[in-house]
Write a new protein. Sequence first.
Length: 655
Amino acid sequence: MVSSQVIVLSTMFLATIVYILVNLRTRGGGRRRLPFPPGPKPWPIIGNLPHLGPVPHHSLAEMTMKYGPLMHLRLGYVHVVVAASANVAAKFLKIHDANFSSRPPNSGAKYIAYNYQDLVFAPYGPKWRMLRKICSVHLFSAKALDDFRHVRQQEVAVLTRALMKSGSTPFNLGQLLTVCATNALSRALLGQRVFSDGSGDKNSDEFKEMVVEMMVLAGTFNIGDFLPALEWLDLQGVASKMKALHKRFDGFLSKCIEDHNVMIKKNGEMGHGTGTSKHMDLLSALIELKENADGEGGKLTDTHIKALLLNLFTAGTDTSSSTVEWAIAELIRHPKILAKALEELDAVVGKDRLKMRKLEEIVELPLTLSPTSIEFQFDPKISNWWFFDCHGWFYNVALIVSSLLFLVYLALQAKNSFTKLFHGRSYIMIAYYGLLWLVSLLNLAWCAFQTWECTPGKEFSWNLLSLFTTSGMLFLEISLLAFLLQGNYSSGLEALTRTFIISGIILSVDILLKAICVFGFGVPLFIDLDGSTNWVKWGLWVVHKLLFSAVYGFILLMHHTKWRERLPARPAFYNYIFVMLFLNVVAFFACVLIASGAGFGFWLYNFTTICYHALYLPLIYVTFLADFFQEDDLHLENVYYSEMKDAGFFDADWD
């Protein structure tokens, strides 16, 4: 354990030294370097990675609003230029496309795609042009599509027979679709089916699992891609997973090539040519081209062939089957659309030219809604999400269960509490107990209606509920602070009146500012789901948390000075101040991180939100009210005596 820590620290130290030397070298070089486009200032070593946040495309969109449609980022040691408008993108994709056609190196291309030997990640050059030309002629051209039309029709017929054979018994549609798409593609690529009988089996599940795992690993953030000095450590274990997956795919593709060579040899001996049909499959064409130069001095190898087959199998199997599966799922969810599509099919099938508008809409639907075509997560304002998909299962359960249990506890203790209040005739306790009930009900409503934050058209209701709830909890917090700062020199109605006046003035200013921001200027003060880094919103929360941190810190400092006698002597008050100081300091740093664009700040802020709404009201009850509601007055006196003893009250030298 110690040795690994020493290795990591040494590597970070060396990376820092290299970073400094490289900067000195580039700044001191004699050749003049043109400036980068504008962009946020990068952090040392890690660059602008924290600015991407939990939803990178949202963060990039917000940054381009500030820095313009052409923006520069440094992700670790990798320089990135963002083109955020159609005109700027055209400069890269049309005018200067040859200069920007190569993909940047990454671990996926290195460990999975045969070290950049495939069509997707190979650098632009003779080899890439040769692979592209082969695919265009033998697979993507109109003639090739027409030649393999009968293959697609036969595989769809096999799928249809499998569905009819299942009858009313349940079946795995995704498995059958994977088999259909894979067999149709493999017959075009290899001249034979990968799954011979065309029905689902464990091999089809294994193949789809390999394809899905490849897509997941390709989209996984790997720190080694951006900090090359840490690549050899493989801190996340991504490289080892990629190597294991590459080994499985390489075995599958090597077997395909070996079987194909045997089949070609057998057919050649029988005088049937190189293929099993009148149309040459892609692998046969690739094998024939192995010994032929590409016209620019390059030749195909088995590695190039396997890399190209890997690209085509990955891109053409899971995406196709998933698209069809999502389309069928949407039809099941919308029976009216299904009925219209069936009506169109009955009316149009049999004519030479098909013009089925409804069917075209169905084909486009999964491309719009399904994960097949969506690179990032859904925008929550597109649809009404299910409740637990709104913020997450743990977030909602933690808030609702805790607030509900506390309210149930108050209800169970209500009879004894009211009896004690009317017998004790403490105006302060009566006022705070009533406020606690009111705020607890508001807090339960706020926790239960979290889905309003995610539902279009309910922003006003959510903002109003949030304003009332946070104001009630803030009134309790401010009034307790005001009561504490008055010391032990006031009691009864005098202290209660002074406390409520001070708290009411502060709360009125707070409510007015929040209402102006939310309802006047449209600042999403209470909406955190979209991961927005609105500087006005988070700037206000930074000031808010900073003020409360300063007040709690001041009270905690008083506890360790000669002014300690002005504060209540009970240790419970000290513990309350310490907990609230910690919570506000953490929330302050979370807001600062979010305002600076760091994604970790959102997680930290959600953590403080759960703690505040779930634990603050029980903390107030335990700290200030629980002892008062003890039925036995003698027991209450013993509690005070024990706390005074623990606080060292009787150990003081009064002389």
